[in-house]
Design a protein around this ligand. Structure first.
Ligand code: IMP
Ligand code: MG
Length: 180
């Protein structure tokens, strides 16, 4: 993993390897399994970015669980647009369920703040958040994920589900924007 990746007009360089990601997800899977054993949690994975993380995280948990997918959008290119749209919504009853949201990355925290508040109104038994990445330096909303893969600097990243204008989701490793 030493190659630069070019997507559209930008170059990205290696940042977190697939092996590091796997190791961390196995640890989080064990934590979640211990905590939610016997409670049949409902994972809610946020499309599009979290599809890869979600697939690996649920398989790292060895307890009974269910998973559904919803789609929220806010990003255009490198910038958050500020408005959150629900494109594919919740189609199951979450009342009294233990919810674990699976997100790829928390940046400003706007998306998760908005979604948390929506979920709370539906009276789940609990809500936890598992995010693969968080940029503490970019946070503008009071989001405290229960499970964090990696805290990273405020730099745009791609790979392992994350995209730059639609491209880059297929890489097994995570890359960050190359400074010139
Ligand atoms: P927030 O609402 O500002 O926290 O943005 C969260 C969403 O923006 C994530 O679910 C991602 O889809 C996207 N996003 C934020 N930072 C990045 C990044 O560095 N690379 C790719 N997507 C990102
Ligand atoms: Mg996302």
């Amino acid at each position: 993993m030493s190659k630069l990746v070019k997507l559209h007009d930008l170059s990205f360089e290696p940042f977190i390897t697939a092996a590091q990601i796997k190791q961390r997800i196995d640890e989080i899977g064990k934590e979640i399994s211990n905590k939610f054993e016997g409670q049949k949690p409902l994972f809610i994975a946020i499309l599009n970015g979290a599809f890869v993380f979600a697939a690996d995280l649920v398989r790292a948990c060895d307890i009974e669980s269910e998973i559904i997918f919803i789609r929220l959008t806010s990003y255009h290119g490198l910038e958050s647009s500020g408005t959150i749209k629900t494109v594919i919504g919740l189609d199951v009853d979450i009342k009294n369920r233990h919810i674990i949201i699976i997100e790829d990355i928390v940046d400003s925290g706007r998306t998760m703040h908005h979604f948390y508040n929506d979920l709370k109104e539906k009276s789940p038994a609990s809500i936890s958040l598992a995010t693969l990445l968080i940029k503490p330096g970019a946070l503008q909303f009071p989001i405290k994920p229960e499970y964090i893969g990696f805290e990273i600097p405020t730099k745009f990243v791609i790979g392992y589900g994350l995209d730059y204008d639609g491209l880059g989701r297929n890489y097994e490793d995570i890359y960050h924007l190359k400074e010139n």
